[in-house]
Every structure is written in structure tokens, then in C-alpha cells.
Design a protein around this ligand. Sequence first.
Ligand code: 3PG
Length: 208
Amino acid sequence: MKRRGIPGAGPLRGEPIVPVVVLHDAADAHPLADALVAGGIRCAEITLRTPAGIEAIRALRDRDDILVGAGTVVDPDQVDAVVEAGAAFAVSPGFDADVVDRCAERGLPIVPGVATASDIQAALRRGLRYLKLFPAGLVGGLAAVRAFAGPFPDVRFLPSGGVSAANAAEYLADPAVFAVSGSWMVPVDALRAGDWDAVERLSRAAQT
Ligand code: 3PG
């Protein structure tokens, strides 16, 4: 798969595929990370949708083979918590100025979610141009990326929501896309079952 990201640049440091992870047990953090890395994925967004999220981020903070960030960051206080846990970046489903401003104060790179031109303008006013397009499939998929790229040529998108093995490469081939994210290589059932072979297999397949 063609790597879109500029290595070393942007909040994800050039990683093109970001698994959106929902862990129910922080003890699964290392086996999960091992499976992702074995499958060729070197980045993960651990969501705060479960109480285990923060502990999982903390557990992985010293690994140098995978870039670990926090997902579903929707409150400024969560920014403080994930900074203290060692997150390398934050992702939000939507644009929240308070969350973005707290990230700036704490020096934490954030990829806020956008779904409209107004969201994008709000992000640009805060100096952010790497933005999560969410829910990408519902807001128009690649057609939306291309429509937004007209008035916002400097913005680079992280499409998320409805991205899959079937369409990831097509998204990544668009110059306005810097990475894609989603849960297709970390299905909830596989995580609950500890089926790390499945995660590794799906991760490897995500890059073909
Ligand atoms: C999310 O934040 O839930 C992501 O966008 C993942 O969406 P998906 O489950 O459709 O991949």
C-alpha cells in the first residue's frame, strides 16, 4: 500500500493506518500491540470508551515500536488524563474548541473530528490542518474529501467511520488523505476473545 503520510510529519508521524481500539481489559494492551506490530501496523488509537482505555495507554507508553494515542477524547479533563498516561496524540470524534485548546496548552497533538465546512474552518482558525473526517462513509466518503479539498487545499484528512479493507487503499490514494482509521482490523469480538492471530492477520491484510 502506498504510504500517504509524510514520515515524521503530522500528529501521526506518517503512519497511514490507525486502528480504533476498544479494550475492556488493560491486560490485553501488550498482546494487542504485539499483534498490530506483527501485522505491520505501528500506530493505535486506544479509545476512552471503556474504563480500561487510560490504563492501556499507560501500559504501552514506553514501547518504541508503536505510536499510541488516545481516542474519543471529548472533555478537556480527559486531555490531562491522557497526557499523564503518556499518549502521543489525541483524536476526537468532533470539533470541541475546549478540548483542542487544552491539547495546545498541554502540548498534545490532536486530530479533531470534522464533518462540515464550519468544523474545518474552526479547526483552521486554531492552526490545525490534520483532521479526522467522521463519520466518513456517512458524510460522503471520498466525494466529501474531494469536495472539502477545493476550498481547503491545505487540509489533510483522516477518514474514519465506514473505512474497511475494501476501501482503505482508495482513500489513501487521495492526496488530501494523510491516513485512515477504523476498527476493521480490531473487531470487538476478536479483542474480547483474545484472538490476536486474527488481529495480526487483519492488520497485515489492511496494508495490501
Ligand atoms: C470510530 O471512532 O468509531 C471510528 O471512526 C471507527 O469507525 P468504524 O468502526 O466504522 O471503523
